[in-house]
Design a protein around this ligand. Structure first.
Ligand SMILES: [Zn+2]
Length: 389
């Protein structure tokens, strides 16, 4: 790539990101972000299918007419900005200060998504006979808990008989420095809810009551301290966190009759929801209290095994950033969890995510230029690999 082209791609990715940041796309609203991306991808020769379900706009775009499908999975929505008075500049008015682009979504993920769009535009233009197809899932609602943008688009892909061969999710994965981390898997997430029954009574006459808080605190402590799994080469040990507790009638002279406890476990492949249920039941059995337990898995863990795809992605990152990225599986969940079961080769790579979801979210403009270059190199290397197959 010559210098002029590289400057063009910097300008293009940053100005696209700024255009998108101006759209207050807090799901289910999209603030115009979807139509900007639709027009942009259509102009680059992508066929675009808009998918609207439950008031949420998402889209699928594809270019190329042969070979395996390489998918960029992105989302156009952002988390709410909170109190705008806490921001140095307004969250939906992008601003570049001291080489940093500020605005809601700069890191997660309007910046990285713009880098992917610009890299793909350029690649498609320069390789009209490319040996693969390039696709985009642009989900309209990745951030809310009950998101379905990506799953709706995947359903549509399935109905069209399309299968995903390779996928790059553009979540902000870099930890401290751009290029230091590539995600090759994600932990699973299990949510549980316990209702522990006691016997309500007068606080002055505890002999006539059973306090479910007193009777179960030590059991909850045991659950919080236990080893849920050992972890392995790819996954850290599972972690248990109590996320919500409630008890009491609101009166300060009443022993509560019921104690509600919610918990969350982030885990690797060796832990299942069935195993969690059985271990919690064993512990609760020791307290001798009646209880109800409901647990469900909100994300199944996945791992992309090391191979040519992870290697070419890591190499592209190393060539541009000078860092060999650490293949990691930590952090929260992303829409990768929905795509991974349908795609054998999936990685996540994006900008430094430190300010994601924060006030004054920002990214370095030079790192956006680098990211666009990384995505471009990933496409070129993958095309070379596919051609050599
Ligand atoms: Zn995100």
């Amino acid at each position: 790539m010559n210098q002029a082209a590289s400057e063009n791609s910097l300008h293009a990715s940053v100005s696209l990101a700024m255009e998108l940041i101006r759209c207050p796309s807090i799901a289910p609203e999209d603030g115009g972000a979807q139509s900007i991306l639709k027009n942009r991808l259509e102009r680059a020769g992508f066929g675009v299918e808009q998918i609207e379900r439950a008031g949420v706009q998402s889209l699928y775009a594809e270019s190329g007419n042969q070979g395996p499908l390489m998918l960029f999975a992105v989302h156009s929505d952002v988390v709410p900005p909170g109190d705008v008075c806490d921001w140095t500049s307004l969250p939906f008015q992008p601003e570049i200060r001291h080489g940093l682009l500020f605005g809601r979504g700069a890191a997660d993920m309007k910046g990285p998504l713009s880098c992917a769009v610009v890299a793909a535009e350029k690649f498609v233009q320069e390789h009209p006979d490319m040996p693969m197809r390039i696709g985009f899932i642009v989900a309209g609602d990745e951030e809310p808990a009950n998101n379905h943008g990506t799953t709706d688009v995947l359903q549509w892909l399935h109905s069209q008989g399309k299968k995903v061969d390779y996928c790059v999710v553009t979540e902000p994965t870099s930890a401290e420095r751009f290029g230091d981390t590539i995600k090759v898997g994600r932990r699973g997430s299990i949510n549980g809810h316990l209702t522990i029954h006691g016997l309500q009574g007068h606080a002055a006459y505890p002999q006539h009551a059973v306090n479910p808080v007193h009777r179960s605190l030590w059991v909850l402590h045991t659950l919080a301290e236990r080893n849920w799994d050992e972890g392995d080469a790819h996954f850290p040990p599972a972690g248990f966190q109590i996320t919500n507790v409630s008890a009491g009638t609101g009166a300060n002279n009443v022993i509560p009759g019921r104690f509600n406890v919610s918990f969350n476990i982030r885990h690797g492949p060796s832990l299942t929801v069935e195993k969690v249920e059985s271990l919690v039941k064993d512990a609760m059995g020791m307290a001798g209290l009646s209880y109800e337990l409901a647990a469900k898995s909100d994300a199944i863990p996945f791992l992309t095994e090391e191979g040519p795809f992870t290697e070419l992605c890591s190499k592209a990152i190393e060539e541009v950033s000078g860092l060999r990225p650490d293949p990691a599986t930590g952090g929260g969940t992303s829409d990768a969890r929905f795509i991974a079961p349908h795609c054998p080769h999936l990685v996540e790579f994006g900008l430094v995510g430190k300010t994601s979801h924060q006030v004054d979210e920002h990214v370095a403009v030079t790192e956006m230029e680098q990211l666009s270059e990384v995505y471009g190199r990933m496409l070129r290397k993958l095309a070379g690999y596919v051609e050599g197959q």
